[in-house]
Each structure stands twice: as structure tokens, then as C-alpha cells.
Design a protein around this ligand. Structure first.
Ligand code: 5GP
Length: 213
């Protein structure tokens, strides 16, 4: 079976990665979202096992020791990590896996999964980014400043990514990401079996390309 695609989405805090991911997931049954683990305390609306797996620092460090993470990083003073097992299992089952992680984590993954699709989500402006972080109302002034200050460094990491899009409207950004995934699915390198089938005299059609559905 052709393994699934690993899709990595990053962007500064407040860009709206979560909203865009939710739209993508709502419109696709074949996409699996990897729920990260974090030591950050949950925000009021967040639920354990849905937004994140919330763990203590001790638990997180034990999991690092046990090599349970595909990648992990310290972001804004807390640990965040991608649990390895489900991601590897879903990819092997042919499912596409979406990771919403920071730029440090994306770089770590890239050294092992260069064939992943690395997508960077930009805000429409820095003023709008600041407004979105403030309007979320989940961080105090110091944390808002920390997150906003980190954004210019994060944006300079865009060169590690294959694609970028702008979240002026989440539906539009999600549509563009969907197009990126579809283009990747059409790559010759991913469809060599199709050419063999054609050569053997079989009829093939567009649905033989494992489209993003
Ligand atoms: P937040 O606290 O706003 O949910 O997330 C803070 C930052 O951590 C965001 O940039 C988010 O993409 C990143 N993040 C979330 N999960 C992971 C993860 O598993 N690994 C890494 N490296 N970063 C993550």
C-alpha cells in the first residue's frame, strides 16, 4: 500500500492554524489529525484528548526518555510533542496525517521525513496577527508580547517550507492547502504503479489517483 502523506502546517501564534485545520478535517474523511501532547495548561474551551493531551512535565520527560515522540520542542515556556505511534500507524495504513506544530518541530521532522509536505501559514498583516492574539483573550499581556515578538523569527523560518498560504479568510486558506495536497497526490513519483497498469493494457482513470477526499 502507498503510505499516506505527512502534512506539516506551521505559522506564528494567532495566524489561525487551528481554524484552518478544523475546516480541512471537516471536509475530509481521509485526513488524520495528530493530537499533540503538551505541558501547557488547558484554555477554558480546550478538552483533553481533543485539542491536546495535557500532561505534567514529569510525564512529558518520561515520554521523551521512552522515545515516544516523533518530535518535541519547548515553545513559549511549555513542552509540546507529537506522539510517534499513531502517526506512524496511520501513515502505514495509507492515511494522510496532518501535524500542526511549530517551526522547531517541523525542522526536526524534516530530517527524517523529507518527503513530507511542509506548509507555512502567514497572517495577512502583523497588526492583524497582534489583534488576533489579543482577541483570543487566552494569554496575559506578557504572554501576548512573547508570542507576538516570536512571530518575526518564526516567519523567517518560512524558507524550510515547500509551500505558503495566507490566512486572510480561513476557508480560502483551507482550499489552497487542499489544492496543494491534491497536486502532491498527482506527482509522477507517487503514481508509478498507474503507468505500469496502463502499459499492461488496463484502463485507468482519474479516480485511480488517491485524491484527497
Ligand atoms: P498553543 O499554545 O497556541 O496551542 O501552541 C503554541 C505553539 O506550539 C504553536 O505554534 C503550535 O503550532 C505549536 N505546537 C502545537 N503542538 C505541537 C507539537 O506537537 N510539537 C511542536 N513542536 N509544536 C507544537
Amino acid at each position: 500500500m502507498t503510505p499516506g502523506l505527512l502534512i506539516i502546517l506551521s505559522g506564528p501564534s494567532g495566524t489561525g492554524k487551528g481554524t484552518v485545520c478544523n475546516i480541512l478535517l471537516k471536509n475530509s474523511q481521509s485526513l488524520y489529525f495528530s493530537i499533540s501532547m503538551t505541558t501547557r495548561p488547558p484554555r477554558p474551551e480546550e478538552k483533553d484528548g481533543i485539542n491536546y493531551y495535557f500532561v505534567t512535565e514529569k510525564e512529558f520527560k518520561e515520554l521523551i526518555e521512552a522515545d515516544a515522540f516523533l518530535e518535541w520542542a519547548k515553545v513559549y515556556g511549555y513542552y509540546y510533542g507529537t506522539p510517534r505511534r499513531n502517526v506512524e500507524m496511520k501513515l502505514a495504513e495509507g492515511k494522510d496525517v496532518l501535524l500542526e506544530i511549530d517551526t522547531q518541530g517541523a525542522k526536526k521532522i524534516k530530517s527524517n521525513y523529507s518527503q513530507g509536505i511542509y506548509i507555512f501559514l502567514l497572517p495577512p498583516s502583523l497588526q492583524e496577527l497582534r489583534r488576533r492574539i489579543e482577541d483570543r483573550g487566552t494569554e496575559n499581556l506578557e504572554k501576548i508580547q512573547e508570542r507576538f515578538s516570536a512571530s518575526s523569527q518564526e516567519i523567517s523560518e518560512v524558507n524550510y517550507y515547500n509551500y505558503l498560504t495566507v490566512n486572510d479568510l480561513p476557508e480560502r486558506a483551507a482550499q489552497q492547502i487542499k489544492s496543494i495536497i491534491e497536486a502532491e497526490k498527482c506527482k509522477v513519483s507517487r503514481n508509478r504503479g498507474l503507468i505500469d497498469r496502463l502499459r499492461k493494457g488496463e484502463h485507468i482513470n482519474v479516480h485511480d489517483i488517491p485524491f484527497y477526499r
